[in-house]
Design a protein around this ligand. Structure first.
Ligand SMILES: Cc1ncc(C[n+]2csc(CCOP(=O)(O)OP(=O)(O)O)c2C)c(N)n1
Length: 561
């Protein structure tokens, strides 16, 4: 059977159960767009290519399918770059397809030509420039395999226009077998036994859960571990939705904006059992002062992570679920009540809190968490609102937190929410945003409406890039520079200018519950705007100079560990 390159691309997507593709057309992908008319795969036309990558990322993170985005050559491809880097940093499986100028023109500075495989080299797991149409079936089979195995990540496939039009004799791809690519999913049993012994010897262990545990889908296995090992639990930002945040032993997020209790625990513990956390600098802060008294057991699917940022005493290469499948059955019940009580006391002395007199983001997020029972999908942009969401939304179900943790990409939340809502049509999908971030990609409101997605935007409007203001407050002696917006739109009117939307403003504490309930139940795309103060600070803040050894707590209080 002879088929064209473009048909082969669509067939490869069909064969991989792809139902949606997020994209934006252009001259170098017209054959692919023509082929999209002959398939059941639904194309979702975004308003800018970056959003196609973010939407595909949101889809991927909250479903069993790999997100796919499509852009034309040149500016279309470069607009994808931020989205690809965002996915790379958070280990999100993604297939990014770009059109390229025709083969004979590659390298001639042709119209809309850009070397996208070169540009993206450091931010993809792998990339392909297709040189022969007959390679397409195998390239796609390999690309899906690479994106969705081992430590997951984005794969870029750049396809010249003439190759999309070329016909070739179709041959089924073989099962991917890639030289030098053999991700290891299973732990060495001897190592698992050794870690059991190390844990049993420890007096003050703590369990640190990272994003790798979310991707490993080991919610149940983690609960089994927590039932057996009564030790304190911490998470990274990315690990928050790997566990039920209401567990009694869970002391919150560690690091820069982590709880006082978790940073205390890091200082005091004698063992960290890290499951899928990569010791990012926001979590460890200054590594010289990080967990100085602790033996570090680091379980990660990516061998390159082990010992990368901090000295690892016991590295284990494994998928987290597979590690727990071996570890849980051999572990006896272990109880560290004294150690837990120690941390609890500190937690009671220095709890997470917010001002109860004036309306503020933590107060609204706390209510939102209550009214959604911690079960909503929470997407975020990047800024203070993101940190408040991480601190105050207590997730009770797995895989619900969709945030750009690694790259910290403003403009991520709304398009990601579109992907989440497409992948989970009956779920409540909320994007928590600041006015700076929302304005980066707010044109995607139209995409959400075209798709009939009743996403809820919770906008904390301070007419300012307030997380940067906070950095300048602490780091630049309160010399504020380049952070103020003096011409913001009336966001409610803006959203209402689209058909079939709702917009509410919360001005007073007494309105919070009522407005949240209305927003959650109206079945429409909705904006809830809360005007907040620029004086808002995300507390606690770990010291840039001393890391987790010193914390600026609320009301100017300092905690030294
Ligand atoms: C694309 C991008 N540009 C710049 C930054 C740097 N940055 C981090 S937070 C922030 C301010 C965010 O402002 P806003 O979205 O209004 O949220 P707020 O902090 O006010 O809650 C900026 C500019 C970034 N993270 N991403």
């Amino acid at each position: 059977m002879k088929i064209t390159g473009a048909r082969a691309v669509i067939k490869a997507l069909e064969d991989n159960n792809i139902k949606y593709i997020y994209g934006y057309p252009g001259g170098a992908v017209t054959p692919l767009y023509d082929e999209l008319l002959n398939t059941d795969i639904e194309h979702i036309l975004v308003r800018e290519e970056q959003s196609a990558a973010h939407a595909a990322s949101g889809h991927s993170r909250t479903s069993d399918t790999v997100g796919v985005c499509l852009a034309t050559s040149g500016p279309g491809a470069t607009n994808l770059v931020t989205g690809i880097a965002t996915a790379f940093m958070d280990s999100v499986p993604l297939i990014a397809i770009t059109g390229q100028v025709s083969t004979s023109m590659v390298g001639t500075d042709a119209f809309q030509e850009v070397d996208i495989t070169g540009i993206t080299l450091p931010i993809v797991k792998h990339s392909y420039l297709v040189k022969d149409a007959s390679e397409i079936p195998q390239i796609f089979a390999n690309a899906f395999h690479i994106a969705n195995t081992g430590r997951k990540g984005p794969v870029l496939i750049d396809i010249p226009k003439d190759i999309q039009l070329t016909s070739f004799e179709y041959v089924e791809p073989t099962k991917p077998k890639l030289m030098g690519y053999n991700p290891n999913y299973y732990p060495n049993i001897k190592q698992v036994a050794r870690i059991k012994k190390i844990l049993e010897k420890s007096k003050k262990p703590l369990l640190l859960i990272g994003g790798g545990a979310v991707y490993s889908k080991c919610f149940k296995e983690l609960e089994e571990l927590f039932e057996k090992v009564n030790a304190p639990i911490l998470t990274t930002l990315m690990g928050k939705s790997a566990i039920n945040n209401n567990l009694e032993n869970y002391f919150g997020m560690l690091g820069l904006h982590g709880t006082a209790a978790s940073n205390y625990a890091i200082n005091q513990c004698d063992l960290i059992l890290s499951l899928g956390a990569r010791f990012d600098d926001r979590a460890t802060m200054l590594t010289d002062n990080f967990a100085k008294n602790a033996t570090i057991v680091h379980v990660d699917i990516d061998p390159a992570e082990l010992g990368k940022n901090i000295t690892t005493h016991y590295p284990v290469v494994s998928d987290i679920k597979n590690f727990l499948d071996e570890f849980n059955p051999i572990i006896e019940k272990l109880d560290y009540s004294n150690w837990i009580n120690d941390i609890k006391k500190l937690d009671e002395k220095y709890p997470m809190k917010y001002n109860k007199e004036n309306i503020n983001p933590p107060m609204v997020i706390d209510r939102l968490c209550n009214l959604t029972k911690g079960e909503a999908y929470i997407c975020t942009e990047v800024g203070q609102h993101q940190m408040f969401a991480a601190q105050f939304y207590k997730f009770s179900k797995p895989d619900r937190f969709v945030t750009s943790g690694g790259l910290g990409t403003m403009g991520y939340g709304l398009p990601a929410a579109i992907g989440v809502a497409k992948a989970n049509p009956d779920a409540t999908v909320i994007n928590i945003c600041g006015d700076g971030s929302l304005q980066m990609n707010f044109a995607e409101i139209a995409t959400a409406l075209e798709q009939n997605l009743p996403i809820k935007l919770f906008l904390f409007n301070n007419s300012s890039l307030n997380l940067v203001r906070q950095l300048q407050y602490f780091g630049s002696n309160k010399r504020y520079s380049g952070i103020e917006f003096t011409c913001n739109p009336d966001f409610c009117k803006l959203v209402k200018s689209y058909p079939n939307t709702e917009a509410y403003r919360i001005d007073d504490i007494s309105q919070i519950d009522d407005v949240i309930n209305k927003a959650l139940n109206n079945g429409k795309f909705t904006l809830v705007e809360v005007n907040t103060q620029t004086t808002e600070i995300v507390y606690p803040v770990a010291s840039a100079r001393l890391g987790v050894k010193k914390l600026d707590y609320f009301d100017g209080e300092e905690i030294l560990y």
